[in-house]
Design a protein around this ligand. Structure first.
Ligand SMILES: *[C@@H]1O[C@H](CO)[C@@H](O)[C@H](O)[C@H]1NC(C)=O
Length: 409
């Protein structure tokens, strides 16, 4: 009578997480994903610098955190900006071990029900995918041994015993043989779910022009995604093309992606999530207030609508009130747990914002930012794993803080 199957046991453990702390749900239109890892607001120190992962997890106004980014796949390596300072190199690999992230993934998942994904790619990703489908399958199997359930002590594990809840793809340049790569990850996750009951997810972050140049082949009915968060920014089809008060839109194209979900996607229940910048400097097309409320209300009218994705955590926390307004727009209670729920911070002065706006567009690996150009004050300009520009905007010079992090000062 005590032979409870593992999946049942796991499901009953999950039931103890209060419903306000639920992770990604494919039946919900109030999912909120916020990328963490790139410190795109660009502060090196102080309360507006990117904090460790667990700092954010008690906030109930979002439920998904893609960790950004795994920047190379064939020989895997990570970049988490200033959070990399708290990691140590794993010899014999290009990876680092991050004890805080190991601990925080577990806390965020088990105490706060957050869905933690590893985002693969970013705008600096330049491997171009894989030379063959066999190489793609090998790479996927390797990633699973590194970030999936631990099976061998000889595998380098940046997050130690912690296990992510799946993978997110953020490819922004031409990539080959991605279908076998994605499908191998999917089948390894499905097999793991069958034996442990733990659910895994596969998501992608296409840009809004349809079809997406980089992820197009995977999205063309070849890979089963649970959700895609479309980047409605830095493009003609972004938020700033939204015509307020109109039920038909010209360039803003949520309708196109809803149609993709229903007629092209391999998973007809895929959620399409509205990707937005979290602050003025987080990307072109930043919108807030009643305009963003209108855009969310319009997008909610499509049955595939699954919530909002925001780039990125550091920008959101430097933008008081923004996350609470997104929660309200989605019909969620604003929890007052931080994330810019209205506490004005003195450090986010207009002067700082102006400076950082320039910084953010040139230094982060934010979707669609570029690695060329110069880096503004406090932006990253070097460190292990960093692949962006190493040239500071005058009069700043690149100063090494640690082997993982150099910044323009
Ligand atoms: C790095 O570690 C310090 C000391 O524990 C902690 O205060 C800080 O939040 C960590 N930073 C990041 C970005 O993880």
């Amino acid at each position: 009578m005590y032979s409870v199957s593992v999946p049942t046991l796991f499901a009953s453990l999950l039931a103890f997480i209060p419903s306000t702390y639920a992770g990604f749900s494919s039946s919900s239109d109030t999912n909120v994903a916020i990328y963490w890892g790139q410190n795109s607001y660009g502060q090196g120190t102080g309360s507006l610098a990117q904090q460790r992962l667990s700092y954010y997890c008690a906030n109930t106004e979002f439920n998904i955190i893609p960790l950004a980014f795994l920047i190379t796949i064939a020989n895997p390596s990570l970049n988490f900006a200033n959070a990399g300072n708290n990691c140590t190199a794993i010899s014999g690999s290009d990876l680092f071990y991050c004890p805080q992230i190991e601990e925080d993934i577990a806390t965020c998942q088990s105490t706060y029900g957050k869905t933690i994904l590893l985002s693969v790619g970013g705008s600096t990703y330049s491997e171009g995918g894989f030379s063959s489908s066999a190489a793609a399958v090998t790479a996927a199997t390797n990633l699973w041994s590194i970030f999936g359930p631990e099976t061998s002590s000889s595998v380098p594990r940046p997050f130690g015993a912690s296990v992510i809840d799946g993978f997110d793809f953020d490819f922004e340049s031409t990539v080959s043989n991605m279908i076998p790569f994605a499908n191998q990850l999917r089948s390894l996750m499905t097999a793991s779910t069958a034996s442990t009951g733990k659910q895994y997810f596969l998501t992608a972050a296409p840009q809004c022009p349809y079809p997406d140049a980089a992820d197009g082949s995977m999205l063309a009915g070849a890979v089963s995604f649970d959700a895609i968060w479309v980047q409605f920014y830095n493009n003609y089809c972004g938020l700033q093309s939204f015509t307020i008060g109109s039920s038909t839109q010209n360039n803003f194209n949520f309708d196109t992606w809803d149609n993709w979900a229903k007629t092209v996607s391999l998973n007809p229940n895929v959620k399409v999530i509205l990707g937005v910048p979290g602050n003025t400097g987080a990307g072109a097309d930043y919108e807030s207030g009643s305009t963003l409320a209108d855009i969310i209300a319009y997008s909610k009218g499509f049955s595939s609508f699954g919530g909002v994705m925001i780039w990125d955590m550091s920008q959101v926390y430097a933008n008081p009130g923004f996350l609470a307004s997104v929660a309200t727009d989605l019909g969620l209670p604003a929890s007052g747990n931080g994330g810019g729920t209205g506490t004005t911070t003195t450090s986010a002065t207009p002067t700082t914002l102006t400076t950082v706006t320039k910084t953010a567009t040139t230094t982060t690996t934010a979707p669609t930012s570029t690695a060329s150009g110069t880096v503004g004050q406090w932006g990253q300009c070097g460190g292990i794993g960093y692949t962006g520009s190493t040239v500071c905007t005058p009069p700043y010079t690149c100063v090494e803080n640690s082997e993982w992090w150099s910044q323009c000062e």
